[in-house]
Write a protein that binds this ligand. Structure first.
Ligand SMILES: [Zn+2]
Length: 354
């Protein structure tokens, strides 16, 4: 894990090369790992030594209340607002829309406003967290960024990046808030501001760190790094038991690989559950080298984290063509349903490990 985090290659071409290099090596390790390609197996359960009877209760159901059209409508609304870079009036409108939805689900909402130093000056950013209380005050975060990347050369509306994940997160929040079952853990539906770099490339620019001038700060993931800092300063990091990130998971030709800095057991549970639901063609057995995203600060804080993302096979990434016609309501539902079916297994695993 630390080795992966040491990597500094930018998102983009060199990351794709990294992915290709791994694609040549990793299939061998999958083959060598019994159960990892076994659609009928119970790999997540095998990893949970203290629990032996999960297999009876854990058969996932395809019937969930996740409404594909509602989720898609959220994506359409965001695209209609136009480009939504951090600090823009369009992002403020998007945030008002998100807040209105979350309030209508009856969730307790926190807005955390902060000033970020960026290569283009100070920017006001706002993380939004909606809380669904559980039996335990320990927290599982489900998250997405809601800003879009700033492009001056063209109009970038970010239907997949990050309209699709924001829409899916809203629908997940609605479904879970409406459920009769009080969840075992408390959930924080978290909408991060400022994930995107202001400079063209992910690691092209850096920002000064007044507290440690010798180590400049990244020009990306402003909201998630701020949240981890806040949790640390309030001594609340240990409450967060797992972090799940959605990012670019709405493409019509959905194909999600295993992110290489995500926590292995979380990936295993979600990918296995997807297979059992019949979504093995969308949650595929290949590595996805992401090279940094909003889960990275949580990984560094040693919180089990998972990024569900389609990067290397989404050819419209950061182009003017990342538009609504690339998004399928069914893709949003496949990810939403898979996550809803995975959460009890993740809760079980976390409960057993404390
Ligand atoms: Zn992006």
């Amino acid at each position: 894990m630390p080795l992966s985090l040491e990597r500094t290659e930018p998102r983009g071409r060199s990351r794709t090369l990294f992915t290709l290099a791994f694609a040549l090596v990793l299939p061998l390790s999958f083959i060598a790992c019994p159960g990892s390609n076994n659609a009928g197996g119970q790999q997540p359960v095998q990893n949970t030594q203290t629990n032996t009877n999960t297999s009876q209760q854990a058969t996932p159901s395809t019937a969930t209340a996740f409404d594909a059209e509602r989720a898609f409508e959220h994506v359409r609304k965001q695209v209609d607002f136009g480009p939504r870079p951090a600090g823009s009036a369009e992002l403020a409108k998007t945030r008002d829309y998100i807040l209105g939805e979350l309030k209508s689900y009856g969730l307790k909402i926190t807005q955390d406003e902060f000033n970020a130093t960026t290569p283009v000056g100070q920017r006001k950013m706002v993380n939004v967290v909606a809380e669904l209380p559980g039996e335990s005050s320990d927290v599982i975060i489900i998250s997405s960024h809601y800003d879009t990347k700033l492009f001056k050369q063209f109009r970038f509306v970010g239907a997949n990046d990050a309209g699709s994940s924001t829409g899916t997160l809203l629908e997940l929040a609605r479904v879970m808030a409406a459920s009769n079952r009080k969840p075992r853990f408390t959930y924080w539906f978290t909408f991060f501001d400022g994930e995107e770099a202001f400079c063209d490339e992910w690691e092209q620019c850096h920002n000064p760190d007044p507290s440690n001038p010798s180590r400049p700060l990244p020009d990306n993931t402003y909201g998630s790094r701020h949240m981890v800092d806040q949790l640390r300063s309030r001594n609340e990091l240990k409450r967060v038991r797992a972090m799940i990130l959605l990012d670019m998971m709405g493409y019509k030709q959905l194909q999600l690989g295993r992110d290489d800095i995500s926590t292995r057991w979380l990936v295993d549970i979600v990918w296995q559950t997807a297979k059992e639901l019949g979504h093995g063609a969308q949650f595929v057995e290949r590595p996805e080298g992401v090279g940094g995203d909003d889960h990275e600060a949580f990984v560094r804080a040693e919180i089990p984290s998972l990024d569900i993302i389609q990067l290397s096979t989404y050819q419209y990434w950061h182009t003017p063509d990342d538009t609504l016609d690339k998004i399928s309501p069914q893709s949003l539902k496949i990810v939403g349903d898979t996550l809803l079916a995975s959460l009890p297994r993740i809760e079980e695993r976390l409960a057993a490990s404390h």
